[in-house]
Write a protein that binds this ligand. Structure first.
Ligand SMILES: Cc1cc2nc3c(=O)[nH]c(=O)nc-3n(C[C@H](O)[C@H](O)[C@H](O)COP(=O)(O)O)c2cc1C
Length: 387
């Protein structure tokens, strides 16, 4: 396949060949394999001309540093790091200094009992996860603070905040020459992050896999562009082929941030079962749920998600919800029912047909868009002159 040519302002800003960014995707499937976007996938996308981004959220600061250096050993091209900077981790208890020695004390007994019943109703024996000694390192806000120190010390080319605002870090990131991207799901947050001086706003529509808001990409992107101009906007959510990228560029976005498309890359770090479930999914097989993280997250649906949503159990804040479902994840894994674990993916899953190398996925997206743009619009469309 001929190497496509497609450049936008994003390419010049980030020093990349194509206006496509690999979403910095974190862990799925109860963290069995760690984050999805690790060095192999990140380097593959950067080497192919896009921008690879490490899904750093689940990494300890030490592991994050290692991963950055592994990518550096695999490519001399620019790449980024994505972290979550949630403002309400553990319901604010972590920030307020009122965290009990064992944060699990903050979990209401009836919520725990409710979760246990959901699992048992699916014929799975309940088993407590072994109490593994936790390393003495800060969690939540403290954790992302320590991860951010690594991003700054390592002077990464691009930093992306997946949740929350990078405001408190902007001066130090800018001093390093790091380009800062911020993901948002509505116009209010687009304005908020643009006001902090981020270089690029990533407007992510509800069809996206992973944490997601309520506004669809086609509605959000033009509104975000109007709200934050002249800050450039990258479109995310539902973009997995040339038609999606061409549409994003037609709306005025400078590029696309793609997650689901790369979930089935050979280099994507997630269990084969999760990849196969994405390939088997249709456009209607995802559901937004707070079950796995406490925040609204789009997943390939499964009977546990359906039961959780039907139960009306109130999710706990991010951080605590993860602790709430620790025993659930353990029991599900013990029973060999990995299809009930987190399998974040977007509505565009139905478009994916097979696993293949990340470079091929990237080049197909870019080639498809370049072709549409060269032909202007599909031949079925005729321009009708106005009066
Ligand atoms: C498996 C998975 C994990 C994700 N993890 C993160 C994450 O850790 N940080 C983040 O900013 N976004 C994360 N996202 C969201 C992506 O960054 C991105 O916005 C989304 O995938 C774009 O929509 P698409 O899936 O339709 O391409 C994740 C998405 C998926 C599918």
């Amino acid at each position: 396949m001929a190497r496509p040519v497609l450049r936008t302002a994003l390419c010049d800003m980030l020093g990349i060949e194509y206006p496509v960014i690999l979403a910095g995707m974190g862990p799925v499937a109860g963290g069995i394999t760690g984050p999805v976007a690790t060095a192999k996938l990140v380097a593959a996308v950067s080497n192919a001309g896009g921008l690879g981004v490490i899904g750093g959220a689940g990494f300890s600061p030490e592991r994050l540093r290692e991963e950055i250096n592994t990518v550096r050993s695999m490519t001399d091209k620019p790449f980024g790091v994505d972290l979550l900077l949630p403002s309400n981790f553990m319901g604010g208890a972590a920030a307020g200094g009122e965290m009990p020695q064992d944060p699990r004390e903050l979990i209401p007994a009836e919520t725990y009992a409710g979760v246990r019943k959901l699992v048992e109703d699916l014929g799975i024996a309940w088993e407590k996860a072994p109490d593994t000694p936790r390393p003495q390192r800060p969690r939540g806000a403290g954790m992302s603070d320590a991860q951010m120190e690594v991003v700054i010390e390592e002077k990464v080319a691009v930093f992306a905040s997946g949740l929350g605002s990078p405001a408190q870090w902007m001066d130090r990131l800018k001093a390093n020459g790091t380009k800062v991207l911020s993901l948002v799901g509505n116009v209010k947050n687009a304005k908020r992050v643009a006001a902090t001086g981020v270089d690029i706003v990533v407007a992510q529509g509800t069809e996206a896999g992973g944490h997601t808001g309520r506004v669809a990409t086609l509605a959000l992107v033009p509104q975000a562009i109007d709200a934050v101009s002249p800050t450039p906007v990258v479109a995310a959510g539902g973009i997995a082929d040339g038609r999606g990228l061409a549409a994003a560029l037609a709306m005025g976005a400078v590029g696309a941030w793609c997650g689901t498309a790369f979930l089935v890359a050979d280099e994507a770090n997630q269990p084969e079962l999760q990849k196969q479930r994405i390939l088997a999914a249709t456009d209607e097989d995802t559901r937004v749920t707070r079950l796995y993280s406490g925040k609204t997250m789009r997943n390939i649906t499964n009977p546990l998600i359906e039961a959780w949503e039907a139960s009306g159990i109130q999710a706990l804040p991010m951080g605590l919800q993860g602790l709430l479902i620790q025993d659930l994840v353990h029991s599900v894994r013990k029973a060999g029912r990995e299809e009930l674990l987190m399998n974040a993916a977007g509505q565009v899953s139905g478009l994916l047909t097979g696993t293949r190398p990340a470079a091929e996925i990237l080049h197909d997206i870019v080639n498809g868009a370049a072709d549409i743009i060269a032909r202007q619009l599909p031949e079925t469309v005729e321009a009708v002159p106005g009066d």
